[in-house]
Design a binder for this molecule. Structure first.
Ligand code: XLS
Ligand code: MG
Length: 349
């Protein structure tokens, strides 16, 4: 028997938020960004996920030496708190140059901005001791499908991936698929699309995916199957575990809050696939409810992490022999009954 995986957890500072939504303003006092680092360890987390401007605020207005100085400061803060940077993602959906997308924008000057911002993001990642660049391709899609040449868009995305791989020979690119929101339809909606881009790239070993449970559900796919697919290709860079109650806006609910059984299956697939054995983080991308009072609000992170660990216990005590017997007998009714009883912690009656 191999030793059980000791899971390491991560989240991004945006998960401690002020509670604004598209229909209303902040409902909580902002919690100073740099003080968030001190919260990680006490909540049981050791990995920090970043956007480029989480490391260097007002990035577009800064020079390379200014970027380097602030990055060094953040690297120090991480070291002081005993934290590891997991990835850095270019925020390519906020600036006026990204209204029509970034790498797939129709205007060449907007695409040039996207590359310049990506280059800065890579420099920041390396400066804080991190080798993973996440591409959440937020606005790489359209509101009107005729607005862009989709074939060209895919080529541009592939060229960008190759450009990143060529700019720095050490970095990995982790593509995070999502089918919609903020665009009507995105160009890399599923894990399959991301994995295809990886294989088409100049160095497939360095291109992986980040799978977010809610994003898979928004594509009407099962997150555990998406994770299994990526694991089968050794392309699961990280996960953004959370939950989603049906096909609506991206909810980032607590992990397991909408569908415990689906959460169990995600943990089962990760555990069975050996995820985490090479130090991969269990990332949680969860939003606190708007109704929650206080500052900082962190109970959602605690709850989601705890639920993951409870489900690890459920996976480790799941009776494999029984499961194999039911599979061999093709008695899936018995398998389902056993699984539900196991999750509920009850026997038959
Ligand atoms: C959004 C994504 C985003 C990326 C980084 O849903 O999870 O936060 O991970 O841009
Ligand atoms: Mg997310």
């Amino acid at each position: 028997m191999s030793t059980p995986t000791v899971y390491r957890f991560s989240f991004g500072p945006w998960n401690i938020s002020e509670g604004a939504d598209p229909f209303g303003p902040d409902v909580r006092a902002p919690y100073p960004h740099d003080r968030k680092f001190a919260l990680y360890r006490q909540l049981g987390f050791e990995g920090v996920q970043f956007h480029d401007d989480d490391v260097v605020p007002e990035l577009d207005a800064k020079t390379d030496p200014q970027i380097a100085a602030r990055s060094a400061e953040v690297a120090r803060m991480l070291r002081d708190e005993g934290l590891t940077p997991e990835f850095v993602a270019p925020r390519l959906w906020f600036a006026s140059q990204t209204v029509d997308g970034a790498y797939t924008a129709n205007r060449s000057e907007d695409r040039a901005y996207a590359w310049e911002r990506t280059r800065k993001c890579i420099d920041i990642a390396r400066a804080i001791g991190c080798r993973a660049i996440v591409l959440w391709l937020a606005r790489e899609g359209t509101y009107a499908r005729e607005a862009k040449d989709a074939r060209l868009a895919y080529q541009r995305l592939l060229e960008t991936v190759n450009q990143i791989l060529g700019y720095d020979r050490e970095v990995e690119v982790w593509i995070e698929p999502k089918p919609n929101e903020p665009t009507d339809q995105a160009y890399v909606p599923t894990t399959g699309h991301a994995v295809a881009l990886a294989y088409a790239s100049a160095d497939p070993r360095r291109v992986k995916t980040v799978i977010e449970s809610a994003h898979a559900l928004l594509a009407n796919l099962d997150p555990s199957d998406e994770m299994a697919f990526a694991l089968a290709h050794d392309k699961l860079g990280s996960v953004h575990l959370n939950d989603q109650n049906g096909l609506k806006y991206d909810q980032d609910k607590n992990f397991g809050a909408a569908n415990l059984r689906a959460a169990f299956n995600q943990v089962r697939v990760l555990e069975e696939g050996g995820y985490g054995r090479r130090g991969e983080f269990v990332g949680l991308d969860v939003k606190a409810m708007r109704t929650q009072a206080g500052s900082p609000v962190t109970d959602h992170l605690r709850t989601s992490r705890e639920l993951f660990l409870h489900l690890v216990d459920k996976v480790r005590t799941y009776n494999r022999t029984l499961v194999e017997q039911y599979r061999a007998a093709r008695d899936y009714e018995a398998l389902e009954r056993y699984t539900l009883q196991h999750l509920l912690g009850v026997g038959s009656r």
